[in-house]
Every structure is written in C-alpha cells, then in structure tokens.
Design a protein around this ligand. Structure first.
Ligand code: GYE
Length: 343
C-alpha cells in the first residue's frame, strides 16, 4: 500500500514493535539480519522501488533474482522493478518515478559512479531513503544515500594480479620474459570496471616485463567481448593473458579464441582470468578452459533487506558494507560444488 509521508512515519512505530518482538537476529559481516517469523503481523506492506542496471550478464540475472526472491508479497513487500538496459538516463527516470509513486525505499544498482547528485537530492527532499547496491556512486554529499552494499572491486583486481604473479612464477617463466595482456574492460565508469582496471594497470606498472597488448571495451557482455577479442586476434596478435572483467565477457573471449584455433586455459597457450564465478564461468574453469575465477557475489537481496530492517527500526546501518569473496582455480572445482552454489 502506498501512502503519504506523514502516514508512513506514524505507522512505522507499530511495525517496529511487531518486528522487534518477533525478529530472530543473525550477525553476518557488517550486516545484522533480522529473520521474520511466520506469525509476524504487519500493518501494511513496504514498497521498494528497485532500479536494476540491466540483464547484461549471468551475474546481473542472479542479482535481480535475489532481489525478487527477497522482496516478496508473502514477506510483506511490494517490489517495483525497472530494467535500465545499461542506460543511466533510464535509471534517473526510474528513480524519479519511484519518488512520484511515494515508495518507501529506493534501491538502485548504479550503472556508473558519476552523475547522481541531482536525482538523489530529489529523493532526499521527498524523504525517500535510498540504498545503493553493487556498484558505487560518487556524490558530493554522502547523506544522499543511506547505505551501500557490494563487492570490493579493488580487492578483486588485486587477487587476480597476485594470482598471475604466482602462476607465472610457478610455471617457471623468467622475470624478463615478455607477458602481453589483452584487457577486456567492463562498462567504463562503473565501479566494477574501475577497481578491476586500476589494479591491473598497477600490476603492469609494478612488473617491467608485463605489458597491455590492448584494452578493449567488452561492456560486460558476451557479444561485445566476442566481437572485440576477435578483432584483436584477426590482426594476428595473440596475447599471453586475457584479463576479462566479468564471466560472460570471458565466455565471449573463449568463443573468439576457439574460432581462431588458439588454445587457452590450463593446457593451452593463453591464460584466461575472469571475475564473477557464476555457474557457466565456473564450469568452464572446472573444465580447464579458464585459469582463474575471482568471485563476485550478486546475492544482495537479503543484505538490502537487512539494511531496510535497520532503517525501519530507527537504527543507522553501516554506510559501506563489503561482501567477503574468494577465488577458484580448476582444481578447486567439482560439479557438486558448482551445483550447490546459488548462482
Ligand atoms: O561483475 C558483471 C555485471 O557490477 C559486479 O556487473 C557487477 C558487474 C559484474 O554485469 O558481470
């Protein structure tokens, strides 16, 4: 049920009491999760407007699913969903619509970091709390959003670079031997691209024998990555390493390598590094086609819900909450492990 601001504020007290009485508390990382119990009574439902980046990757689909599974009618939510098709303009429109509709919370996964001050000011003036998820926003005034939850993209990039360093050493590659890297970038200006790119660039700067063969725009999609990697290979340039900024772009790169008859992975000529560790990518890694999968967890629905619960209870959530992640090499993976994962 949608209602005016004052109405919404006055009914909050009742709901908070009901939640406090029936909530089971769980502590995971920096988020305190409150698990509602079946007999919980609610005066009304919470309307959550979610602006999603798009459906560009397996990761993104899993992220959307996580939100849909979390914010269900049975649990007392109405989830409004908008797919921005990777366009910032669409996200700004969606956020404005949510403000007009007087939703209780706006949740959004920003396609890029910059350009949000104006619309977030509008949300603040309308007193609609905003939760940022996945990628970050760079705004002048941090009070424009209540909290952010997502991955540490710099840390992910560091994990990849350090892994490559160890891998080359283990393979007995001399420190003088040239290592050429084809870098397939994600959506330029997005936090996931910025963190993963900056760490690779720093890694190249720290290793005199590493060099970037080319930096190509994969846009976090399989189709675009396939196209740009195929173009590089057509020029006759074969890299030692392909550093793909997400799983589906790695799958596009594999397709281009296969078509060009270039071997890759543990037994092959080209080392393939990627991020996400969603099922299709992990399977290719288990099969030895991909050398390294750095995990990036998309299951943010419950984390966002925990933040909403805190706000509903009048508490202040942590401003930034980073999700813990790991990485996988082919030897770490089994079909059972992949099947047991949620994405
Ligand atoms: O790695 C990619 C998706 O922002 C972490 O976006 C997310 C990235 C993820 O399209 O697959």
């Amino acid at each position: 049920m949608r209602m005016g601001r004052s109405e919404r504020e006055s009914r909050t007290a009742g709901r908070v009491a009901a939640l406090a009485a029936s909530a089971a508390l769980l502590l995971t990382g920096c988020i305190r999760q409150e698990l509602p119990q079946a007999e919980e009574t609610r005066e009304d439902i919470l309307v959550v407007g979610f602006s999603e980046v798009g459906a560009e990757s397996d990761w993104r689909v899993a992220n959307t699913e996580s939100m849909r599974h979390t914010f269900t009618e049975e649990k007392g939510y109405e989830l409004l969903f908008d797919d921005a098709k990777q366009k910032q303009g669409n996200q700004i429109k969606a956020i404005r619509n949510y403000i007009l509709q007087e939703v209780d919370y706006i949740v959004f996964a920003p396609v890029v970091e910059d350009g949000w001050d104006e619309v977030l000011k509008e949300a603040k003036e309308a007193k609609v709390p905003v939760i940022v998820v996945d990628r970050m926003v760079q705004v002048e005034d941090e009070s424009l959003f209540a909290a952010w939850v997502g991955s540490d993209f710099h840390q992910e990039g560091k994990v990849a670079v350090e892994w490559l360093e160890r891998y080359l050493e283990e393979k007995g590659r001399s420190e003088e031997a040239d290592v050429s890297i084809l870098h397939v970038q994600g959506t330029i200006g997005s936090s996931a691209q910025i963190g993963r790119t900056e760490e690779l660039v720093a890694g190249v700067a720290a290793h005199p024998n590493w060099r970037i063969l080319d930096q190509v725009p994969g846009e976090f999609t399989q189709a675009k990555s396939y196209e740009v990697v195929a173009e590089v290979l057509e020029r006759g340039e074969v890299p030692d390493v392909i550093y793909c900024e997400n799983d589906v772009s790695a799958l596009g790169a594999l397709q281009a390598l296969d078509e060009a008859g270039i071997s890759h992975g543990v037994e092959g000529d080209v080392i393939v590094i990627t991020f996400d560790a969603a099922r299709a990518g992990l399977t290719a890694c288990m099969d030895g086609q991909i050398n390294l999968e750095v995990e990036c967890n998309p299951l943010h629905g419950p984390r966002v819900e925990a933040i909403i619960r805190q706000l509903e209870a009048g508490e202040t959530p942590e401003k930034y909450c980073y999700v813990e992640e790991t990485y996988f090499e082919p030897g770490d993976l089994t079909e059972e492990l992949i099947a047991a994962r949620e994405y």
